[in-house]
Each structure stands twice: as structure tokens, then as C-alpha cells.
Design a protein around this ligand. Sequence first.
Ligand code: PGA
Length: 250
Amino acid sequence: MARRKIIAGNWKMNMTPSEAKALVETLKDLVNNPEVDVVYCVPAIDIVPVVEAVKGTNVEVGAENMYIEEKGAYTGEIAPAMIVDAGAKYVIIGHSERREYFNETDEFLNKKVLKAFEHGLTPILCCGESLEQREAGVTLDWIRLQIKSDLQNVTAEQAASMVIAYEPIWAIGTGKTATTEQAQEVCKAIRETIAEIYDEATAESIRIQYGGSMNAKNCDELLAQPDIDGGLIGGASLKPDFGRIVNYQK
Ligand code: PGA
């Protein structure tokens, strides 16, 4: 069975609640594609207004981060139940910016993945190599290691329902996109890793996105690759270009 494409915007630390509502309004008619799952992953403070603003459309909402505890004395953190109650369905876990600036380790991210599933949230788990790793030729080994560590104790059924985003760190926000061959090669390796950990059926079902300077110009070619099931879009998700990506040409 063909996998349904999933195009997710990662707004990062952009958009005040009022700006968020205005952006949803601007994009409303542009992101209308019933054949594609569309998600806006937004700052925690924007989740409630954005959920409200997308009512009646095909767009779902996601959080950009989440804590691993249920509730309590963790000043400044966001509990999974808060995200669910606010109406979001997805959560980005392990974005390279979280790994780098907030020292999130694979062990910690594994706890987040398990916690997200406990609450019925769909994780969009990010992985990706640095430029040094790519130049040293260790990309595939690194990605396999990240996936295996982050998915400890995740069941096959859970894995089948989740999303993995391959985002080469050197391509994020730099305007440098991986070539379609590079992106396809790593996404295929991720699928093979899932088959190795679980089985073929799980590997066939899991959705794998490419992320890193995906835009209106390069999306068609990237999304035509057999193992690329969508995109995680940063910069271009804040512009009408996002609608062009959602309506990529087959
Ligand atoms: P970018 O970001 O599209 O701006 O490169 C992608 C991401 O970090 O998810």
C-alpha cells in the first residue's frame, strides 16, 4: 500500500500568537490538498490559537518539543498531557537544534518518544549528520545508531505509526539542500534499519521525511524519491511557498 505523504512545517521560535493566526489565514487556501497530511508544528504558546484557527481544514497541529514527566516541579517545561489537551496530535522529538543547543541525548530522546506514545501523540523523530560526519564517510553508521538508540523499547506497532525526519545538519537553514541522491540514500538506509529492528511490514509503513532547506523549487524532485514520504520544512513553512510544497507536482 502506498504511504500517504506528510508535509510538516516546523515554525521553530517564530510567530507570536497573533502572527500565528494571521499566517494560518494566509496559508488557508494554499495548503488544501486532501491527498497529503499537513501539519503545523508550532511554539507551545501558539498551539491553542493555531488549533482554533485550523478548525474545519485538513491541517493538524504539532508541538516542537515536550518534557518526559507527567507533571510537577519542572519550571518552564511542557507536559505531554498539556499538548494533547490543547489539541495537538504530533510532536517533534530530537531536532538537531534541541540536540545541539539543549544537549538532548539519545537516551533522553528515547524517553520522550516512549512518553509521546503513552499519550497518543505521533512523534516526528529527527536524525541527521553534521558536515564533518558526512565528509568522514560515517553518515549511514551515525544515522543507524541514532535510530536504534532513540527507538529502544518502542513496539513495532508504534514504530509503524510514527514519522522519522532525516535532516542533515549542514542543510538546515543554510539554503544548501542535500542532493536527491543523498536524501534518498539516507532515507532508504533508515527504512532498512527499521526492517532490521522490526520487520518489513513496519518498514513499509513508517513514514520518512526529508528536511533541510526544502523549498518550492526542490520539493518535487525530493518528494518523487521512493523512500521520501514527506518533508519537515523550516524557513519555507512561514511563507506561501509552503502551499506549493503541499501541492508538489507528481
Ligand atoms: P529549514 O529547516 O527548512 O529552514 O532548513 C528545516 C528544519 O530544521 O526542520
